[in-house]
Design a protein around this ligand. Structure first.
Ligand code: BG6
Length: 453
């Protein structure tokens, strides 16, 4: 059946930087059928050639539009005009039986009106599994608004037709977490609070908010990164063995983690990089946090008592996303008068995907010194050709109706509950916002509170 991928927001950053290059790669690798059609929806009065020119000019990576040109058509549509959606529907109907993905690469302000018009014009009818709606976070601003948005979506579509994107789930090493955990006896056997001392989930960025003031100032690091990416990583680390690796079973286990998640208010550190208030379009009194650190706990028998340290921020010293699992000392380790270290498993997500494990090892030679050694596997270094981008995997999965890497409503609901509680505490307990010139301003504060970090 022919695939039609309709992209709303076709002149936006996400489409130009991520979606079109990902579709192009999938076509090149023949993972998408040759007759796949991309309908780029926009309000501007472009012909397809002009649109492709626009993409070429605005693409930061000199995206070669020629390859995708035969598969792409620009379609002008006014997002508030129902008749335009009907026109679009007629066009799509003219291709006969098709598999249709409607990708809403638009801001949260447009999401609900586009989704309702898609429903009202029967572009997607409820329950038709050959038609799906895909959209990006933020799924609301808090639990109440997320429920409203979801209620509206459920009015027109079935949950099975909704694909909520968390692009971190498409990243190679995040997909690999469950394999590392459950397919390796050494980890599977020690993945619990008797053997794990703490877990660190870190996503540091050097970038500032770039040109996203409008969105970011109403969001902040808690909503932008913790509610989605960091909590998803936490769930994959903390969940129980699922009944199967089918989407629903995986999600059932993730939801149980969110249900048992709490945080320690005293650990909370929020920061804002110096200069944030001088960014264009930022309110001079803005208290939006661009950095968060907190200690959370998952009160399940497996992980009770194990601190999960979450940290994310912008304008930091490096771009790094990593999960660090620190194991307990062995009983012998305490008896020996040697500088032994704990074992640490690093699940490296960015900049280079990979895994490393630190061990204590005797220094070669005649003396009895020990040193810490690393067993390192760099996936990106060993991969032949380019590593697939998260969006390639996600687009491919949505055209094939694989939902494991997309989030279900109850996950979103519980993660908002967690974030809302923190937001409320920040307000009620007047948690101070640290203005940081350099990241060490924050790191010192954190180690004062949490020695183990
Ligand atoms: C996005 C956030 O979801 O993730 C951005 O909105 C952030 O603020 C980005 O920069 C980080 O993603 P990645 O893949 O670069 O780690």
């Amino acid at each position: 059946m022919r695939n039609i991928i309709t992209i709303f927001g076709s002149t936006g950053d996400l489409t130009i930087r991520k979606l079109l290059p990902a579709i192009k790669r999938l076509l090149e690798e023949k993972l998408l059928e040759k007759d796949t059609l991309v309908l780029a929806i926009g309000r501007r009065n472009y012909q397809t050639v002009e649109y492709l020119d626009f993409v070429k000019k605005n693409s930061p990576h000199k995206f070669d539009v020629d390859f995708i040109a035969p598969n792409l058509e620009y379609f002008k549509l006014d997002i508030d005009a129902l008749s335009d959606y009907q026109r679009l529907n007629e066009k799509i109907q003219s291709y006969g039986e098709t598999r249709r993905v409607f990708y809403l690469a638009v801001g949260p302000d447009l999401l609900t009106s586009i989704a309702s018009n898609i429903g009202l014009s029967n572009l997607v009818t409820k329950g038709d599994l050959n038609a799906s709606i895909t959209f990006e976070k933020p799924f609301g601003q808090d639990l109440i608004s997320a429920r409203e948005i979801n209620g509206l979506l459920w009015q027109y579509f079935d949950e099975k037709q909704l694909y909520r994107i968390d692009h971190y789930l498409g990243k190679e090493m995040i997909q690999n977490i469950l394999t590392v955990r459950f397919a390796n006896k050494i980890f599977e056997g020690s993945w619990h609070n008797h053997a794990i001392k703490n877990v660190k989930i870190i996503a540091k960025e050097t970038d500032t908010i770039l040109s996203r003031a409008g969105y970011y100032d109403t969001s902040g690091a808690l909503k932008d990164m913790v509610q989605s990416h960091l909590l998803q990583m936490l769930a994959l680390v903390a969940m129980e063995v699922p009944l199967s690796y089918q989407s629903e079973d995986l999600k059932n286990e993730k939801v149980k983690v969110f249900d048992k998640l709490r945080y320690d208010r005293k650990s909370l550190v929020i920061g804002q990089y110096e200069g944030y208030l001088n960014e264009p379009n930022i309110d001079q009194d803005s208290k939006t946090e661009t950095f968060v650190f907190l200690k959370a706990f998952v009160d399940t028998p497996r992980f009770k008592g194990v601190p999960f340290y979450l940290m994310t921020g912008k304008a930091l010293e490096e771009k790094e996303s990593v999960i660090i699992i620190e194991f307990e000392e062995t009983p012998e380790q305490h008896k020996w008068d040697l500088p032994l270290k704990t074992n640490k498993l690093y699940i490296k997500i960015a900049p280079l995907d990979g895994i490393s494990l630190t061990l204590n090892s005797k220094v070669p030679g005649l003396r009895n010194d020990v040193e810490q050694v690393d067993l390192e596997y760099c996936i990106a270094c060993n991969a032949v050709g380019n590593m697939p981008e998260a969006y390639e995997k996600l687009i491919l999965d949505m055209t094939e109706h694989h939902k494991s890497l997309f989030t279900r409503w109850d996950e979103i609901e519980l993660s908002w509950q967690f974030i809302d509680k923190i937001k409320q505490d920040i307000k009620d307990k007047q948690i101070p916002l640290t203005i940081y010139k350099k990241p060490s301003d924050l790191y010192d504060l954190i180690t004062e509170k949490e020695e183990a970090f």
